[in-house]
Write a new protein. Sequence first.
Lengths: 63, 176
Amino acid sequence: MKTRIKELRARHNLTQEELAKKVGVRRETIVFLEQGKYNPSLRLAHDVAVALKSKIDEVFLFG
Amino acid sequence: MAQKEKGKNAHNGALALLAAILVLLSALVDPRLSFALAVVAMFGLSFTMKSKFWRQVPFTIASVMVAMTVVVVLNQGEGELVPAAAISGLVCLIILWLMFQRRKDGAILNDERTVAIHNRAMAYSWWVGYLTIAILFWFDYTDYLKLTAVQFGGAMLFVMLISQALIKRYLLSKGE
């Protein structure tokens, strides 16, 4: 799985720490999400997408 | 409603801390009393805790209990039990205090990833424990290694705790 979290985070001028706080997870979780090393729950995927003002399928890319 | 829940959590927290202190103090009087209190407190409080932080307290008591058991095993039931229980209890309370401070700072101690990893590490650790029991059983059965029940229990305490901690550390660094 690939994600556009890093790109969208930069667009919204958010640090990993700020995004983590917004969605209520640890910063490490955001790091692993960005690297595609963690499959989030639907709830977390939704929260990340909302925090980045995008849709889930725009943030998480399944190829 | 939230205010009521907050009040209930504070009440539970106070109760849990009181139990932890009682367990530690009773260790100074009679380790057996402390042990019995720890068992009752651990199970009693585990089911009543609502707040994530205060759920750690029963585990603190459990840690004291485990530490005391390890000391008993290592000393063959004699010696340094009381100071060891007091020291391990104190260490647990300090760790708890540090966690409380981090929580007050707004740091997120656990999220869905760490909880999933914790659960997975527990499952792997269960298998490691099962394998260890099987190995020790056959060693004993074939007279290769004779173990008493106390030595066997002590070995399992170490194996299950350490394997869980190591597997958790590995999975946390790996990503999922």
